[in-house]
Design a binder for this molecule. Structure first.
Ligand code: NAD
Ligand code: UDP
Length: 334
């Protein structure tokens, strides 16, 4: 199958590209490189032994997208392109609505015109807001607590409405929990520009000595050790979830469905810090600061629906996540 990956040069998309190429699919990456680097294409080719086609363009350019869909004979789209930093979304909400919400409207228009109606969307556990029960299953009410989350929620609502209006669409929205880790080769991983917003890349940079210490955002939550608990999932497991979702999309009756991609287990910030210290054998300095606005105490997934319908479950351990992330950090010479 020929698959278009919008945002395919990014952290998660690059891992999906490698897996799809390995499965014999043809991959076209469409990315404006606003948060990634062209060099990732060479690294994907080095791992997969095949080079994806690449278009340096914006998802808001609907005509360019339509041309790519038609000329490349695309059969399915995985839509990862978008902005993803919660704090930044509070300061620049319009940028987030433009990239994430206008972006998906532009994409859906292009897909409609090119008659490509198979889509997997990168959503997020943030759509659940403050959990009213755990683990979070897909029936849990949704609620946005920041502009980033609101964009994901709006995108899901648009997808559901599109699927209601035309039953020939097949759309899955995958709600990722906390992707961490890197490819075993050490060639692909989470490499945010500037100071990382997320815990794992921050811990890595402190261990590598490029940042002094990590600030733990609150140790007075009602959790096992007072710090926030999250469902960390290996990025390769997330990528495999997309391959499973693509297969399921081809076989199913329902035009729109949502699935959690998580492990079902939560780990605290202190547990993550200890796990990274263990694999790096480096003491990671930290201070405890105030809670970060908008953070919830605990968040982890129910994985039952993904297991039942996608036949997929995360396989990798927390140690795998930390080791691969550290390996990537140490090998970052590209
Ligand atoms: P990333 O920033 O590494 O990758 C996103 C890619 O999209 C980048 O290569 C960027 O250049 C590209 N892009 C951004 N705006 C674009 C536009 N308007 N047109 C074309 N390309 C554009 O992020 P990621 O971690 O790989 O995340 C991928 C998707 O998964 C995002 O939609 C994100 O919101 C979602 N997600 C990520 C996480 C996470 O923790 N990483 C969690 C939940 C959901
Ligand atoms: N966190 C932290 N310090 C940091 C970054 C994150 O203590 O520098 C905590 C955060 O409060 C949360 C967990 O680590 O409890 C995961 O945060 P991250 O931003 O990685 O993911 P989120 O779940 O917020 O999307």
């Amino acid at each position: 199958m020929r698959i278009l990956l919008t945002g395919g040069a990014g952290y998660i998309g690059s891992h999906i590209a490698v897996l799809l190429l390995g499965l014999g699919h043809e991959v076209t990456i469409y990315d404006n490189l606003s948060n990634s680097d062209r060099s990732v294409l060479g690294r994907i080719s080095k791992i997969a032994g095949k080079t994806p086609d690449f278009f340096d363009a914006d998802v808001n350019d609907s005509d360019v997208l339509e041309g790519v869909l038609r000329n490349q004979n695309i059969e399915s789209v995985i839509h990862l392109a978008g902005l993803k930093a919660v704090g930044e979304s509070v300061s620049y909400p319009l940028e987030y609505f433009k990239n994430n919400v206008s972006g998906i409207i532009s994409l859906l228009g292009a897909m409609n015109r090119a008659n490509v109606k198979s889509l997997i969307f990168s959503s997020s556990a943030t759509v659940y807001g403050n959990p009213s029960y755990l683990p979070l299953d897909e029936e849990h009410p949704t609620c946005a607590v920041n502009p980033y989350g609101r964009t994901k929620l709006h995108c899901e609502e648009i997808l559901s409405d599109i699927a209601n209006s035309d039953s020939s669409w097949r759309i899955s929205s995958l709600r990722y929990f906390n992707p961490v880790g890197a490819h075993d080769s050490g060639l692909l991983g989470d490499n945010p520009s500037g100071k990382p917003n997320n815990l794992a890349p921050y811990l890595m940079r402190v261990a590598a000595g490029t940042l002094d210490h990590v600030v733990i955002f609150g140790d007075d939550y009602e959790t096992l050790d007072g710090t926030g608990v999250r469902d960390y999932i290996h990025v390769v497991d997330v990528a495999e979830g997309h391959c499973a979702a693509l297969t399921e999309l081809g076989d199913r009756e329902l035009p729109f469905n949502v699935f959690n991609l998580g492990t079902g287990y939560g780990h605290s910030v202190f547990q993550m810090l200890a796990a990274f210290e263990n694999v790096s054998t480096i003491k990671i300095p930290y201070i405890v600061g105030p809670r970060r606005p908008g953070d919830v105490a605990s968040c982890f997934a129910s994985t039952e629906k993904a297991t039942e319908f996608l036949g997929w479950a995360a396989k990798k351990t927390l140690k795998d996540m930390c080791l691969s992330a550290w390996n990537f950090q140490k090998n970052r010479s590209f």
